[in-house]
Write a protein that binds this ligand. Structure first.
Ligand SMILES: C[S@@+](CC[C@H](N)C(=O)[O-])C[C@H]1O[C@@H](n2cnc3c(N)ncnc32)[C@H](O)[C@@H]1O
Length: 371
């Protein structure tokens, strides 16, 4: 479809420009440069919707975004622009000064992570689910890593949520990521850590598919790739590089979507038709609103084995916090005692059947042969 874009525009609110103090489905406000909406070749007007209920508005926005991405993806769009305006419809209530409204404009193109950086690195990790993910995977990794110091490569490492704790534990971390926005986030987060930890971290702009060249053939005691594979059309090329960058006896650690649990999320969100269709689906729109793909433990195990890395163990990541979130419960990330208790339960569940089998993501750990 060449350069064709699809634009989804929520219309009819008749608003002026926001003051930056509003809420949004994504939890933050972005500037709305009008120029970004020009030059669009095809438009899908998803819908207009008027009501004052915040929950319903958020659900509406998420559903519209998902529908838009699915339609655009099916049509082979190379760029998808979506916009929403949420606020008070001034023409209908002229006496009310709009104080709480929001503009959102997102363009999904080459560096989708440039636009998702805040949502992923700040919002998602600030939640109980974010804390559980880091904690559980850190514990799982420590079961297999050699003691520090040892070199660790984090491919698609994003803002460093998984590998900075390893640097704090004494490992020498190379964080490789193609997104300059994510690397900026990593840099900002790194600056808040002690100087000796900062010295143990190298940030490297590169695609995972070119990891071996980007690290000049260095070999690592551990190669991590968490939450990246699901955004690749095929797992092979990236897995190839992960296995190649691991030293003899080194660990390869991959976290990705579980193709056997794809019905969980739509079912918990009470989208029953979607849930029924999802049982046999491998692809869909993930929680970040972009297309993603899932794998099975068995297939990925075979893939790393064929590249000289023997699967050692696999785990679930979250279960209960994930299910609670999708069914609408709110967990308080500031309640440290509750969060620690939750993380302990999740860690136990991540290691045991049948719990780990039901996790929407899995963590596979393998070890490269010694030759
Ligand atoms: C969901 S985030 C995960 C970040 C980090 N691994 C974590 O667990 O917090 C996905 C990351 O993959 C990166 N990414 C996307 N395509 C990639 C590719 N081809 N090679 C390496 N990283 C990639 C993105 O820039 C983004 O930082």
């Amino acid at each position: 479809m060449g350069s064709r874009s699809w634009q989804g525009l929520e219309r009819g609110t008749g608003l002026g420009r926001g003051d930056g103090a509003a809420w949004s489905a994504h939890g933050h406000v972005r500037p709305c440069p009008a120029g970004d909406l020009t030059g669009v070749e095809a438009t899908i007007d998803v819908a207009s919707w008027h009501a004052s209920d915040r929950e319903a508005a958020t659900t509406f926005f998420r559903t519209s975004t998902r529908d838009l991405h699915e339609a655009g993806h099916r049509a082979g769009a190379t760029q998808i622009t979506l916009a929403s305006i949420i606020g008070i419809a001034v023409p209908f209530r002229p006496s009310v000064q709009p104080q709480r409204f929001h503009w959102y404009l997102g363009v999904v193109g080459d560096d989708i992570w440039g636009r998702l950086a805040d949502q992923f690195a700040d919002d998602a990790y600030a939640s109980v689910k974010g804390y559980v993910r880091t904690y559980v995977m850190h514990q799982q990794l420590l079961e297999h890593l050699p003691p520090p110091p040892a070199p660790v490569l984090d491919v698609g490492g994003g803002a460093g949520h998984q590998s900075f704790p390893l640097a704090q534990a004494g490992y020498d971390v190379t964080l490789l990521d193609p997104s300059s926005a994510m690397l900026d986030k990593a840099r900002q987060r790194l600056q808040r850590l002690p100087a000796e930890v900062q010295r143990r971290v190298t940030l490297l702009p590169a695609d995972g598919e070119n990891a071996d060249d980007a690290v000049n053939g260095q070999r690592f005691a551990a190669v991590l790739c968490h939450g990246v594979l699901g955004y690749q059309e095929q797992p092979g090329p990236l897995v190839n590089q992960l296995c190649r960058c691991a030293a003899a006896g080194g660990v390869v650690s991959i976290m990705t979507g579980n193709a056997k649990t794809t019905a969980v999320r739509p079912a918990l969100e009470r989208r029953w038709a979607d849930a029924l269709a999802a049982f046999d689906a491998r692809t869909g729109i993930g929680v970040l609103g972009v297309p993603s793909r899932a794998d099975t433990v068995e297939e990925l195990s075979e893939l790393i084995r064929s590249r000289g890395v023997e699967p050692l163990c696999w785990y679930g990541v979250w279960l209960f916090v994930d299910w609670l979130e999708f069914s609408g419960a709110e967990l308080d990330p500031s309640d440290a005692q509750q969060v620690a208790a939750t993380a302990a339960v999740e860690l136990e569940a991540s290691r045991r059947d049948p719990y780990r089998q039901l996790s929407r993501v899995f963590h596979l750990v393998g070890r490269r042969g010694s030759s």
